[in-house]
Design a protein around this ligand. Structure first.
Ligand code: AMP
Length: 216
């Protein structure tokens, strides 16, 4: 099963991606996580991406497209994949069309998480992440057992640099301008499944499961 998960910053893409890949045993490909890894390891790509990322802006598409194409061609993607945070622009969506054609693996479904602005603002400012293993917490709704420490690997939790109200505004503008047209693009192909992401986690995941079980 080859899937896309889309939604604005704070809509729950990371959280539900974790659940989906575990349940359906497919590979999680988060372009945001991959880029953060590059920044952490200070690769050439990381040095280029850091400025864009800290400002909440999109990293140039050609580098992101290449990164995705390389990843999808690896053996661990053969059983299926879930792309999270990509494509974010029509240019990237067209590149992905060509990539999926080349590798002979079409997209089966696009999950779109819809969440109101107030909820996003609340979630973004209370989100904490583990820089070591990528686990995601929320100090209000999903705290770690020991405050500030990751349950899974014991590393200290951090607040992402772009998880501020100012950066959220920039990211929302990016989303409306660039990513909503991508959703329309997949809508015309009949692939989009919109989910109300403003409910409790179990109800949301139940809906996602129902859709994916029908497809898979
Ligand atoms: P995310 O973790 O998906 O919110 O991504 C964090 C940041 O990484 C974004 O604000 C962008 O700067 C960059 N990024 C992630 N995915 C992409 C993409 N598909 N195209 C361009 N930039 C991206």
């Amino acid at each position: 099963m080859n899937l896309l998960i889309m939604g604005p910053a704070g809509s729950g893409k990371g959280t539900f991606s974790e659940r989906i890949i575990e349940h359906y045993a497919i590979k999680h490909i988060s372009t945001g996580d991959m880029l953060r890894e590059h920044v952490k390891s200070q690769t050439e790509l990381g040095k280029l991406a850091a400025g864009y990322m800290n400002a909440g802006k999109l990293v140039p598409s050609d580098v992101v497209n290449q990164m995705v194409e390389y990843t999808l061609a690896q053996d661990d993607c053969k059983a299926g994949w879930l792309l999270d945070g990509y494509p974010r622009t029509l240019e990237q969506a067209n590149a992905l069309e060509q990539i999926t054609e080349r590798i002979g693996r079409p997209i089966d479904a696009v999950i779109v998480l819809e969440v109101g602005l107030e909820t996003l603002q609340d979630r973004i400012t209370t989100r904490r992440v583990c820089p070591q293993c990528g686990a995601i917490y929320n100090i209000k709704s999903h705290p770690s057992k020991v405050p500030g420490i990751c349950d899974q690997c014991g590393h200290e939790l951090i607040q992402r640099k772009d998880d501020t109200l100012e950066e959220l505004e920039v990211r929302m503008t990016e989303y409306h301008q660039n990513t909503e047209p991508v959703i329309e693009f997949y809508e015309t192909k009949g692939l989009v499944h919109r989910i109300d992401g403003d409910r409790d986690r179990e109800t949301i995941f139940g809906d996602i499961q129902e859709i994916l079980d029908r497809i898979g």
